[in-house]
Design a protein around this ligand. Structure first.
Ligand SMILES: Nc1ncnc2c1ncn2[C@@H]1O[C@H](COP(=O)(O)OP(=O)(O)O)[C@@H](O)[C@H]1O
Ligand SMILES: [Mg+2]
Length: 216
């Protein structure tokens, strides 16, 4: 079954937030395991709050050795969906998780400085592609976008020009629900399924299911 890796060497773009929401929602339909590679152990903390608040917890795993992680990816039950929250840095564990992924997801915001981070990440994907002999392509989702912003030409052009990036159609706006839901041990969907944040998130989830789970 698919390994979904949420990855970007830049921090603060929403990797842990999206990995947590994806894992919570998919776990309602599929057996899900989460690999938490973030040194901050963000998803593990969110999961702790979740359990304290009386929700059913996620199955979160932490790895410190490349060999253990590789063994896990090679032997995980084929019915299980693995959601990987990779840390905001470049490491062997993260590169392994990029290579193992059936679906790679990279959140990025639309400020100009984000281009610099994305340029760096592109070089990492290029290196991994050359070393492994497999072209690694990530699905880029615009996240934390100001709700009033309508044009993203610079970042969209940058994404479209790179052979290592594909832009997803979903756009996630900056919504307080993402932080508020965690405080209650919820996903944005569980907090309020009719909210804008939930609608936007569910559109992303559907794109992931269509591209990464149904066909992957
Ligand atoms: N769409 C969003 N709207 C508002 N806040 C968001 C959104 N996505 C993420 N955040 C917030 O941005 C911060 C960084 O997100 P996080 O998922 O921890 O990033 P990363 O794992 O890439 O470092 C967190 O405070 C999180 O709540
Ligand atoms: Mg994180």
């Amino acid at each position: 079954m698919p390994i979904i890796t949420v990855s970007h060497q830049k921090g603060g773009v929403g990797k842990s937030t999206l990995a947590y929401n994806i894992a919570v929602e998919l776990s309602k339909k599929y057996p899900v395991e989460v690999v938490d590679l973030d040194v901050q152990e963000t998803v593990s903390s969110y999961n702790r709050i979740r359990k304290l608040m009386g929700q059913e917890g996620l199955n979160v795993k932490i790895f410190t050795s490349d060999d253990d992680l590789l063994y896990y990816y090679n032997n995980v039950d084929e019915k299980t969906i693995v959601v990987v929250d990779s840390g905001g840095f470049d490491s062997a564990l993260n590169r392994l998780s990029i290579l193992a992924a059936d679906f790679l997801l990279t959140p990025v915001s639309s400020e100009f400085t984000e281009l610099l981070g994305l340029e760096k990440y592109k070089q990492i994907l290029e290196q991994i592609s050359i070393q492994s002999g497999n072209k690694v392509i990530t699905n880029v989702v615009l996240n934390k976008i100001n709700p009033s912003q309508k044009h993203f030409d610079e970042i969209v052009d940058f994404i479209n020009e790179s052979p290592y990036f594909i832009k997803l159609n979903s756009i996630l706006r900056r919504r307080v629900d993402f932080a508020n839901s965690v405080a209650h041990g919820f996903s944005v969907n569980e907090l309020d399924a009719t909210s804008e944040s939930a609608k936007e998130f569910n559109q992303l989830l559907q794109e992931i299911i269509d591209k990464g789970i149904t066909n992957g």
